[in-house]
Design a protein around this ligand. Sequence first.
Ligand SMILES: N[C@@H](CCC(=O)N[C@@H](CS)C(=O)NCC(=O)O)C(=O)O
Length: 219
Amino acid sequence: MLSLYGAYRSRASRPLWLLAEIGLPFRHVPVIQSYRLPDASAPDAPFNTASAAFLAINPQGLIPCMEDDGLVLTESLAMCLYIAKKYGDSLGPRDVAEDAQMTMWALVGATAVEGPALEIQMVHGRKEAETPAGAASITANLEKLARPLRRIELHLTGRDWLVGERFTVADVMLAECVRYAQGHPGALEPYPHLFAWLERCQSRPAFQVMWDTRNAEPM
Ligand SMILES: N[C@@H](CCC(=O)N[C@@H](CS)C(=O)NCC(=O)O)C(=O)O
């Protein structure tokens, strides 16, 4: 049985959403980020990214981590692609061209969207956002997002989904990268097709299962 290590309040949300879409039984091991604990090395600390037992599985000390039939993967988007291809049926690629497109969208998410979107999430909603430095950081990161989001907006004009006219792992991976910027009012306003696509993705029952489980976890 596939094992998925990582709290829902982490990039584990990506494979966890996908697993819920597929309905695949799996073993969830709730590893928490060590920086979220007052003392990660305390004897009663929960299983965390600095625990020796976890470092034996992923020496990078990062979640998520996946094990399936002896294969260990780190990198949430690599896990998503693997799970979709092995277990996902139409959520995965039907041919080499779709495979390439799904890989492309994963890389757009990882290299162009995730970084600035996360920066926006980290500043937005905090007191820092009201300082000149915080506001400047949000503006700079919105500018960094402009090119990839415009690219996605154009692609989704006249399309419901990223690849193959159906919901696939590409939508899971990219939606979970774009989500970080979603809380900032106006961040997605210039991109109405992207905004509508994100709403379509997030209204799926499997997303809701993942999201409700995530929100039930302690902050
Ligand atoms: N590129 C990696 C990033 C993994 C990552 O940074 N995970 C964070 C949680 S979302 C983590 O484990 N942080 C723990 C730490 O920095 O000690 C992926 O997508 O899986």
